[in-house]
Ligand binder design. Structure first.
Ligand code: ADP
Ligand code: MG
Length: 481
């Protein structure tokens, strides 16, 4: 039997606001436990939540980016359940009337194909606190710093057909929220995490199979591995004549397997009802217009522009536009290099990324900025230095020795473009290697490389390679007659 996989993701993005969604308490990550939880976050009687306008604007930005309907009226509801890290006894979320509905994004798969994935809704909600099982011996600690942190939960349609598609979708959303500046995307800190809903069905069936939900996946790799494991597990169950149980499961990355955590919803009754402490959220046109005005260039718009403005190939474009910071760096480094943008692309993909990786830095901490790299690339472009010498200059720039021109000057790395000077070296090299010259003339053309190497050696790699080639050919051919 052939099986078909169906996956839907619920992605929780922590919105990058300074303060919480319903209180003025700070949201900084990593603070001492329970130093960032005020009476509102703790759910004391008599306190009232006040909605954070920045969180609303961020949700709207996301909705606009995915071409969704921005609901002019949405409602906050209470989702009631008991848990030690939820002191109020309910979570404020949006239920029947979310702020964003019906959008989509296009994902690109490894084989180059593209697919549009529907996004059912995106709603605002508050995060719960954290239970700490490892810090205290034989006890569980409760840290309420995270309680009330704003989240945007992004719910996809059940339209992802494989673990790879799910990971590609998650990456696309990650890229988008970072472009929009609404989430820092830090997965280790839990700012971006997802639940994966998975089911399988016989190929061709139109009804969905029973799903399981994998909770709290916080890396792209785990999403892919956990889903792959779960697909296999469900198929095995069904092929053995069993039934998939609707349940929540956890992925154990050490064992690379999923385990049951608890029976799913249906049994649960959250008794949702509109929160009487919060008015329905109504968005006016002026606010929507001002948010529209503030939209940055979106990843797919940038990709298109990179193709037209720089004529780069699709693979390079993907790499260079992966983050808006990386794209801005490339653009600064490529300024004024018309006709030679590929040089800038190669340096951004190659030297720059290698150096960043080596030193464990992100592009925003790069000691060599986009404009700095640009001044170096201009010296390659105008023939002052060779690509090879440029690598040496780059390393020196990285080490803080100065800008490109200063280093070229201080180390006298300028290429020898003076034809008379080069001709002298060429003459000498050919005279010193009569045997090779003979063989070259006899048809062994690839010996030209040998001569180029000799000239380079004699000039400390400072000869202009193109000029050397020309002069060598002329000399060797001339000697023949
Ligand atoms: P809940 O809120 O109980 O988790 P939802 O109906 O909101 O359930 O769905 C949550 C996610 O599960 C959505 O992304 C949806 O696309 C996905 N989903 C729903 N049914 C299935 C199914 N049978 N197989 C795979 N994914 C599913
Ligand atoms: Mg769910």
């Amino acid at each position: 039997m052939n099986w078909e996989t169906v996956i839907g993701l619920e992605i929780h993005t922590q919105l990058a606001t300074q303060s919480k969604i319903f209180s003025g308490e700070r949201t900084r990550y990593g603070a001492e436990p329970n130093t960032q939880a005020c009476l509102v976050d703790l759910g004391y009687p008599g306190v009232l939540p006040v909605l954070n306008g920045k969180a609303v604007a961020m949700a709207v930005k996301f909705g606009l980016a995915i071409g969704a309907t921005i609901e002019r009226r949405s409602v906050f509801a209470r989702k009631n359940y008991f848990y030690p890290d939820l002191p109020k006894g309910y979570q404020i979320s949006q239920y029947e009337l979310p702020i964003v509905s019906r959008g989509s994004v296009v994902i690109r798969l490894d084989d180059g194909s593209q697919k549009r994935v529907g996004i059912t809704r995106a709603h605002l909600e508050e995060d719960a606190g954290k239970s700490l099982h490892e810090t205290l011996k034989d006890r569980t600690g409760i840290d309420l710093n995270r309680a009330g942190t704003p989240l945007l939960e992004i719910v996809s349609e059940p339209e992802l057909g494989s673990a790879a598609e799910a990971a590609a979708y998650m990456r696309k959303i990650h890229q988008l929220v970072r472009y929009l500046g609404i989430c820092d995307g830090n997965m280790q800190e839990g700012s971006f995490r997802c639940d994966a809903n998975i089911s399988v069905r016989p190929s061709g069936d139109t009804e969905l199979g029973t799903r399981t939900e994998l909770k709290n996946l916080n890396s792209f790799r785990y999403v892919e591995k956990a889903i792959e494991f779960e697909i296999e597990r469900q198929i095995d169950v069904l092929e053995d004549g069993g039934k998939v149980v609707l349940e929540t499961r956890l992925y154990d990355s050490d064992k690379d397997e999923t385990r049951p955590m608890r029976a799913k919803e249906e049994a649960n009754d959250y008794r949702y009802f509109p929160d009487p402490d919060l008015l329905p959220l109504e968005l006016d046109q002026a606010l929507l217009d001002s948010i529209k005005e503030s939209m940055p260039e979106l990843p797919w718009e940038k990709e298109e522009r990179f193709a037209t403005d720089y004529g780069l190939n699709p693979v390079d474009i993907q790499i260079l536009t992966a983050s808006s910071e990386g794209a801005a760096f490339f653009e600064a480094s490529a300024a004024g290099l018309a006709g030679n943008f590929e040089l800038a692309a190669n340096w951004n993909k190659g030297e720059l990324r290698a150096a960043l990786n080596r030193d464990g830095l992100t592009i925003t901490d790069s000691p060599v900025g986009g404009a700095d790299l640009n001044s170096l690339l201009r010296r390659i472009s105008d023939g002052t230095i060779s690509g090879k010498t440029a690598k040496e200059v780059f390393e020196a720039m990285w080490a803080g020795e100065g800008d490109a021109d200063e280093i070229i000057e201080a180390r006298s790395l300028q290429q020898i473009t003076d034809v008379a000077a080069l001709e002298k070296v060429v003459r000498q090299v050919v005279a010193d290697n009569p045997e090779q010259a003979e063989q070259y003339r006899g048809g062994k053309q690839k010996l030209l490389g040998f001569f180029v190497g000799q000239v380079m050696q004699a000039t400390g790699s400072k000869a202009n390679p193109a000029e050397v080639n020309k002069l060598l050919r002329a000399k060797l051919d001339a000697d023949e007659n």
